[in-house]
Design a protein around this ligand. Structure first.
Ligand code: ADP
Length: 358
């Protein structure tokens, strides 16, 4: 068992509702095991600058219901370089930080693996609304973001019904269409465009014409942020203009943008964050590190960070030369299985969305 006296916890990259519940779980679990905890303020930038605060049971009181992150977050490009990591390691050594819990997305995990390789054992927890970490079924913040998107779409639905309008809604998620797809299914959208599945615009326009001719007054079309025009500009606004021009249905456009990143975390994100935070501390104390916590079939499972990052690249067709070299054929088989399963799940959900979108 590793002798840990002090653990650091940080949130980095894009914030997500549930990060606070995660911080609380890490703090309370560690304190209950006699381990001190310091919060690193503002992600890896705080680690480089030595911006640390001691965390007690009192300091994490009443934070589980709050969105955002009490430790704040940032993007810190300097940390990507060797000098940046060395500075962060120096901060840890000078302040007696024996291990780190790093809450964020894939960029944050790369930072965690760098810290582990430089002698500070670190574990990553998936905190991002995008649900774009391939190895885990769910990320902390995803369910809240979908609920928030749904609330907004339900509001638009009301006014669309009154005025016989269509509303195109663009939903965040970077290159991942999960938020958009779930929000579309749950709101009864007539069409949904996500980056992972080709979008048949002509079929969507035809459907809108037909539905209007049949008397349908309100219609919602959801477009994921990651769907772009050939020149890289967002497709959602273009589609809204085309729908009105081609179908004659009065069409409005809405971009909730960062609104879906905030707000009161839903139960699923709080419980997932808590379970992952507790498990991360337990594993660090057992001497394990360089892991990312994943939820697979409702179980919290630690996965090697490099395995998770390369599985991500495989799923997103972003593999670089040599990426697969250090893995056994059994590991590669597992990666392919994870990617296949995710692709099939998404396709089947997309089909469900299409089947009911009338
Ligand atoms: P996310 O964690 O949500 O994916 P980013 O990609 O912006 O967000 O990453 C968050 C932070 O993690 C970055 O600002 C940087 O400090 C660190 N980071 C990102 N990529 C790397 C990398 N390749 N190596 C080391 N640290 C990284």
């Amino acid at each position: 068992m590793a002798e840990f006296r002090k653990i650091g916890v940080l949130t980095s990259g894009g914030d997500a509702p549930g990060m606070n519940a995660c911080i609380k779980a890490v703090v309370n679990k560690a304190l209950s095991m006699g381990i001190e905890v310091v919060g690193v303020v503002g992600g890896y930038a705080g680690l480089m600058n030595g911006d640390l605060i001691p965390l007690t049971y009192q300091s994490v009181n009443n934070i589980v219901a709050q969105g955002g992150t009490m430790l704040y977050s940032s993007r810190c490009p300097e940390f990507k370089y060797e000098e940046g990591v060395q500075t962060a390691v120096k901060t840890c050594r000078e302040n007696g930080i024996d291990a780190l819990v790093c809450i964020g997305g894939d960029g944050t995990f790369r930072g965690a693996t760098d810290m582990t390789n430089h002698g500070i054992p670190s574990i990553g927890l998936p905190g991002t609304i995008d649900n774009d970490i391939t190895a885990t079924d769910n990320t902390i913040g995803f369910h809240t973001a979908v609920e928030t998107a749904l609330d907004l779409i339900d509001c638009l639905r009301d006014t669309c019904e009154s005025h016989a309008r269509l509303n195109v809604v663009e939903i965040m998620g970077r290159d991942c269409g999960q938020c958009a797809l779930y929000a579309a299914i749950a709101s009864g959208a007539v069409a949904v465009a996500i980056p992972e599945v080709p979008f048949d615009e002509a079929a969507a326009l035809e459907k809108i014409r037909t539905l209007r001719a049949q008397g349908k007054r309100s219609m919602i079309v959801v477009v994921a942020e990651g769907v772009t025009n050939p020149d890289g500009t967002p497709y959602a606004e273009t589609l809204a203009k085309r729908i009105e021009a081609e179908t004659g249905v009065e069409t409005k456009f809405a971009r909730p943008a960062h609104i879906v990143r905030g707000g009161r975390p839903v139960m699923k994100d709080r419980t997932l964050a808590t379970a992952m935070g507790v498990k991360a501390v337990e594993l660090l104390v057992e001497g394990k590190s360089n892991l990312v916590m994943c939820e697979i079939d409702s179980n919290i499972v630690p996965i090697d960070i490099n395995f998770a990052l390369i599985t991500d690249r495989m799923y997103k067709n972003k593999l670089k030369d040599g990426d697969l070299d250090s893995f056994t054929s059994e590991q590669l088989g597992k990666m392919r299985t994870i990617c296949h399963r995710r692709t099939e799940e998404l396709k089947s959900l997309y089909k469900i969305a299409m089947d009911v979108s009338f």
